[in-house]
Write a protein that binds this ligand. Structure first.
Ligand SMILES: Nc1ncnc2c1ncn2[C@@H]1O[C@H](COP(=O)(O)OP(=O)(O)OP(=O)(O)O)[C@@H](O)[C@H]1O
Ligand SMILES: [Mg+2]
Length: 71
């Protein structure tokens, strides 16, 4: 259902998210955990389209959604 591939986001010299990838199947409930500053919120902002990634791809139901508006 959701396929995140090699997602990266840098803010200047800060690599907030680097090479993140995972798949979530229909019906699965998944948590994203990590210490403060690990990049969790940035990862969600990339998936939801509030930020554009430095590299990588997000597919929802097989369709690329990077580049679409958040709504
Ligand atoms: N808009 C931004 N501009 C510059 N740096 C940012 C920005 N947003 C996040 N960062 C940096 O990216 C890194 C990841 O931050 P992020 O907020 O994604 O972490 P987090 O896992 O959500 O942390 P927390 O558990 O504190 O919520 C941190 O080093 C943070 O300072
Ligand atoms: Mg956060």
């Amino acid at each position: 259902m959701l396929n995140v591939m090699n997602l990266s986001k840098s803010f200047g010299g800060i690599h907030a998210v680097q090479g993140v990838g995972f798949k979530i199947n229909k019906g699965e409930i998944v948590s994203l955990i990590g210490p403060n500053g690990a990049g969790k919120t940035t990862c969600f902002n990339l998936i939801t389209g509030f930020y554009s990634p430095s590299s990588g791809s997000v597919r929802w139901m097989g369709k690329e959604i990077i580049g679409l508006k958040p709504y």
